[in-house]
Design a protein around this ligand. Structure first.
Ligand SMILES: [Zn+2]
Length: 278
């Protein structure tokens, strides 16, 4: 790996760049079918980066993370055992209380939670709960279910999409933008009621809202004369586009905090209805 990217998931790259200055937690699960390790490394570099756009990929800390030699980014492995031993986890726990060497943060990266047994996970509970603010834990897991519910509840989950899933925006996101353009509050309400009665899954709703935000941002760039082509939402005013993108962004964050999908749908719908009237 010679470049900092998350192959096939530029959306997550964008999310991390946007959120690295105010991360929604200290422990993260990277799950999903994409390149989870690349995603975790991307976040680790973003946390340590001293450049403008984090991760810049070219500053000292970024290059060290890429080369796997940053003293404050620990990849937790256990070459002597099939599964991570209790001893290794205890060392991690102890090390977390030692101040960082170079950076402002210490990052512990677990490349594969499949080798993290339940009893060893328990060792981490306390440090996840009340560890120092500079310690960040990144878990790569095929599914979040590989982690104990008690660990999971202390983590923010980020899905990494594989190449086959990315590409086109969710068609419902484009529909949402067109509804905003049409300016009909009842149609907007029907859209969200439809999602709710269709029992939309959390990650599905997250994708719709995230793609919606991307479309509104693209429309805003177009409206501001920064290139691109007219797409869904480009009939809205710049103020509406700005506000709309913020609303969707906030909703995506709420979903990560496990707020109930129905609750989020209701909140977004009400906020967007106000945005239409701007
Ligand atoms: Zn950098």
């Amino acid at each position: 790996m010679d470049k900092l990217t998350i192959p096939g998931d530029s959306r997550l790259e964008e999310t991390i760049r946007r959120e690295v200055g105010h991360l929604p937690g200290q422990a993260f699960i990277f799950s999903g079918t994409g390149d989870r390790l690349a995603a975790a490394r991307f976040l680790a570099a973003a946390i340590q980066c001293r450049g403008e756009e984090r991760p810049c990929g070219s500053c000292g800390p970024c290059r060290k993370v890429l080369a796997g030699i940053h003293p404050d980014v620990m990849v937790v492995r256990d070459p002597d055992h099939k599964n991570l031993s209790m001893e290794v986890l205890r060392q991690v726990r102890q090390d977390a209380y030692v101040l960082p060497n170079e950076g402002e943060a210490k990052v512990y990266l677990f490349p594969d939670c499949g080798i993290l047994e339940a009893k060893t996970q328990n060792v981490l509970l306390k440090v996840l709960e009340e560890g120092p603010a500079y310690a960040v834990f990144l878990f790569c897991a095929e599914t979040a279910a590989q982690l104990l519910p008690t660990v999971r509840s202390r983590c923010v989950e980020w899905k990494v999409r594989g190449a086959e899933e990315s590409g086109e925006a969710d068609p419902r996101a484009a529909e949402l933008c067109r509804l905003l353009e049409a300016g009909s509050v009842p149609a907007l309400a029907a859209f969200f009621t439809g999602l709710e009665t269709g029992k939309v899954k959390r990650e599905e709703l997250q994708a719709v809202l995230e793609d919606g935000r991307r479309l509104l941002t693209a429309a805003l760039l177009y409206r501001s004369g920064c290139g691109g082509s007219p797409g869904p939402g480009s009939g809205l005013t710049r103020r509406q586009l700005n506000r709309g993108a913020d609303i969707l962004d906030e909703a995506v964050r709420q979903l990560r905090f496990n707020l109930n999908t129905g609750h989020v749908c209701g909140g977004v719908c009400a906020a967007l209805a106000r945005c239409i009237r701007l």
